[in-house]
Ligand binder design. Structure first.
Ligand code: C2E
Ligand code: MG
Ligand code: MG
Length: 521
C-alpha cells in the first residue's frame, strides 16, 4: 500500500513539474502572442489615422487650389463667401485665412480684419514647402489652440483634436509632420511620446518597459502617426489568449514529463534495479507443475522467476530476462535462480525421487562456461541429485551447434537432463535435436492453442509428436488450458507430459508440497 502511494506521489510530482514548466512556457509564449496581437491592432490603428490625415491634407490642397485661382479679388465679399462655403463642406477644416506680406487680412469666420495681423514664424516647414504652425493661438478664438497649415497666401485651421472621433479603447496616438531633409518633426495632434524623428520615419515598432509603440507614415504627405498601448492594457485584452496558451502549455508539459519519465524509468533504471534486486535477493520463484497427461500425476515442476520493481509493480519475466540478456548479466540471474530453486525444492526432490525440477537457461549461460560449475556447487550444497534437474534451453541456445553439443554433452556427463523449450518457435529441426542428444522437447503453447482446429500449426502438431516419439524424445506440451485440448492430446496416440493452467498455475514454494500430495499416488 505504501509502495503504491509512493508511486502515485512520484507520478504526481513529475506531472506537477511538467505542468508548471509547461504552463510557464505557455504563459511566456502567451505573452509573446499578446504582444504580437497588440502590435497588429496598433499597426491597423496607425494606418487608419494616417488615412484620415491624408483626407485632411487633401482638403487643404483643394482649398489652396480653389483660392489661388485668380477669380475673386483678395478678401472680397465674394471670396469670403467662397471661403465660408468651403468650411461648411469640409469635415476637418475649421477656418480659412488669407495672408499677404506675412500678415493675416481676412478669415472665413472673422471676415475682413480691421487691421492686418502679422503672422508669427511657423513652427516648421515641410519638405513640400508648407508652413506648419503647431498649437497656435487662434485669432478667431484666442483661448483655443489650433494647427494652422499655410501655403502661399492661404491658411487653414484644423483642430489638434481632429483624430479624437476615431479613438480606440486603450490606445493612444500622436500625429506629427516631418521634414525629411532637415530632420525636423512637429506634433500636430494627440499625445506626446518620447520618440526620435529617425525612429518615427523608420516606421518601426518599439517595446518600452511598460508600453508598445508603432509608427506609420503617409506615402502622400509629410505626416506620420505613432500609436501606443500600455502593456498592462494589452495583457488585459489578451487575457483569454494568455489563459489558452498557459493551459495548453501546462497540458503539453504534463504529458511530455510523464512520457519522458516513463521512458526513462523503463529504459534507464530497469537494468540497474534488476541487478540490485538480484544482489539483494529481492526476486522470488513460482513453481508450475508438469503432469503426465494420461494419469494427471505430477512428474515435475518448472521454476519461473518473479520480480516486482521498486514501485511494487510486477515486471513480466519475458521482459526482464531479455533486459538481463541484453545487458550481459543473465548469468547472475540464472545463478540466483539455481541456488534459490535448489534450496526451496531440495527436501521435496529428496522425498520424491522421480520428480524433476526444470530450470530455464539463457543462451549466454551455455556460452559462459560457468553453468556446470554453478549447478554442481548448488547441488552439492543442497544435496540435489543431478538426474532430477532438467535444464530448459530455448532453440536460440542451439544456433551454435558445436558449442551447444559440447555443453549438452558436459551436462549429460554430470547427469543433468536437457529440454528444448518453446519448441517450434525457432529454427531447430527434429533431426538436428537428435544430434544434440536432448532428452525432451517442450512444444510451444502456440501449437496447443490451435490443436484440433483448422490452423496450419494444428496440422504440424501430430507430425512433431510422431517424429519426436520415433527419436525417443520425451514430449511436454506447454500451455494446456482447456479440457478440449486435453481430450485432443489424449487421442494423439503418443505418451505425453503436459504443463498449463488446466493442471496448475505457477505457485509459491509453500504450496508445492500440498499439490504433490494431491497429485501423486
Ligand atoms: P517458459 O519457459 O516457456 O515458461 C512458461 C510460461 O508460460 C510461463 O510464463 C508460464 O506462466 C506460462 N504458462 C504456463 N501455463 C500456461 C497456460 O496454460 N497458458 C498460458 N497462456 N501461459 C501459461 P512466465 O512465467 O511469464 O515466463 C515467461 C518466460 O520467461 C518463460 O517462458 C521463460 O522463457 C522466461 N523465464 C521465466 N523464468 C525464467 C528464469 O528463471 N530464467 C530464464 N532464463 N528465463 C525465465
Ligand atoms: Mg521454460
Ligand atoms: Mg516454454
Amino acid at each position: 500500500m505504501a509502495v503504491v502511494r509512493r508511486k502515485w506521489t512520484q507520478v504526481a510530482a513529475v506531472a506537477l513539474t511538467g505542468l508548471l514548466v509547461g504552463a510557464s512556457l505557455g504563459f511566456a509564449v502567451g505573452l509573446l502572442a499578446a504582444v504580437r496581437t497588440a502590435q497588429f491592432f496598433l499597426t491597423d490603428y496607425a494606418h487608419e489615422l494616417v488615412h484620415h490625415a491624408d483626407d485632411a491634407a487633401a482638403e487643404f490642397v483643394s482649398v489652396v487650389n480653389t483660392l489661388e485661382q485668380p477669380q475673386e479679388s483678395f478678401c472680397s465679399d465674394q471670396e469670403l463667401k467662397t471661403m465660408r462655403a468651403l468650411i461648411y463642406r469640409s469635415i476637418q477644416i475649421k477656418d480659412i485665412g488669407r495672408v499677404r506680406d506675412g500678415s493675416l487680412y481676412c478669415t472665413a469666420v472673422a471676415g475682413r480684419l480691421e487691421k492686418p495681423v502679422p503672422m508669427q514664424a511657423p513652427t516648421m516647414l515641410t519638405t513640400s514647402g508648407n508652413a506648419i504652425y503647431a498649437y497656435a493661438r487662434l485669432y478667431i478664438s484666442p483661448q483655443d489652440q489650433g494647427t494652422i497649415l499655410g501655403h502661399g497666401s492661404v491658411n487653414v485651421v484644423v483642430t489638434p483634436f481632429m483624430m479624437e472621433r476615431w479613438l480606440r479603447p486603450g490606445m493612444n496616438y500622436m500625429v506629427v509632420t516631418m521634414n525629411s531633409r532637415t530632420g525636423q518633426m512637429t506634433r500636430i495632434g494627440g499625445m506626446s511620446f518620447p520618440v526620435s524623428e529617425k525612429w518615427v520615419q523608420s516606421q518601426g515598432r518599439m517595446e518600452t518597459a511598460d508600453a508598445l509603440l508603432i509608427s506609420r507614415c503617409s506615402t502622400k504627405n509629410s505626416v506620420c502617426v505613432v500609436t501606443e498601448e500600455s502593456k498592462s492594457v494589452a495583457n488585459e485584452h489578451s487575457t483569454p489568449l494568455l489563459w489558452g496558451f498557459t493551459l495548453l502549455g501546462g497540458a503539453a508539459g504534463c504529458a511530455f514529463a510523464l512520457g519522458i519519465a516513463i521512458a526513462f524509468s523503463l529504459r534507464r533504471s530497469l537494468p540497474q534495479q534488476l541487478r540490485r534486486a538480484i544482489r539483494k535477493n529481492q526476486l522470488s520463484l513460482m513453481y508450475q507443475p508438469i503432469v503426465r497427461l494420461d494419469s494427471g500425476q505430477c512428474v515435475g515442476f518448472e521454476a519461473l522467476v518473479r520480480w516486482q520493481d521498486r514501485d511494487g509493480m510486477p515486471v513480466a519475466p519475458n521482459l526482464f530476462v531479455t533486459v538481463a540478456e541484453e545487458r550481459g548479466f543473465v548469468s547472475e540471474l540464472t545463478t540466483w535462480v539455481i541456488h534459490r530453486a535448489f534450496h526451496e525444492m531440495s527436501e521435496i526432490l529428496a522425498a520424491h525421487g522421480r520428480l524433476q525440477l526444470s530450470i530455464n537457461i539463457a543462451p549466454a549461460d551455455l556460452a559462459s562456461g560457468t553453468l556446470l560449475e554453478t549447478l554442481n556447487a548448488a547441488s552439492a550444497i543442497e544435496g540435489i541429485v543431478a538426474q532430477q534437474i532438467a535444464l530448459e534451453l530455448t532453440e536460440r541456445s542451439t544456433t551454435d551447434l558445436t558449442r551447444a553439443s559440447h555443453a549438452i554433452l558436459e551436462l549429460h556427463k554430470h547427469g543433468y537432463k536437457v529440454h528444448i523449450d518453446d519448441f517450434g518457435t525457432g529454427f531447430s529441426s527434429l533431426s538436428y535435436l537428435h544430434e544434440l542428444a536432448v532428452d525432451a522437447i517442450k512444444v510451444d503453447r502456440s501449437f496447443t492453442r490451435t490443436a484440433g482446429t483448422d490452423a496450419v500449426t494444428a496440422v504440424i502438431l501430430p507430425q512433431i509428436l510422431l517424429i519426436a516419439q520415433s527419436l525417443g524424445l520425451e514430449i511436454i506440451i506447454e500451455g494446456v488450458e482447456t479440457e478440449r485440448q486435453v481430450e485432443f492430446l489424449r487421442n494423439a496416440g503418443v505418451s505425453l507430459r503436459a504443463q498449463g493452467w488446466h493442471f496448475g498455475r505457477p505457485m509459491p514454494p509453500h504450496l508445492v508440497k500440498d499439490f504433490l500430495e494431491k497429485h501423486t499416488r
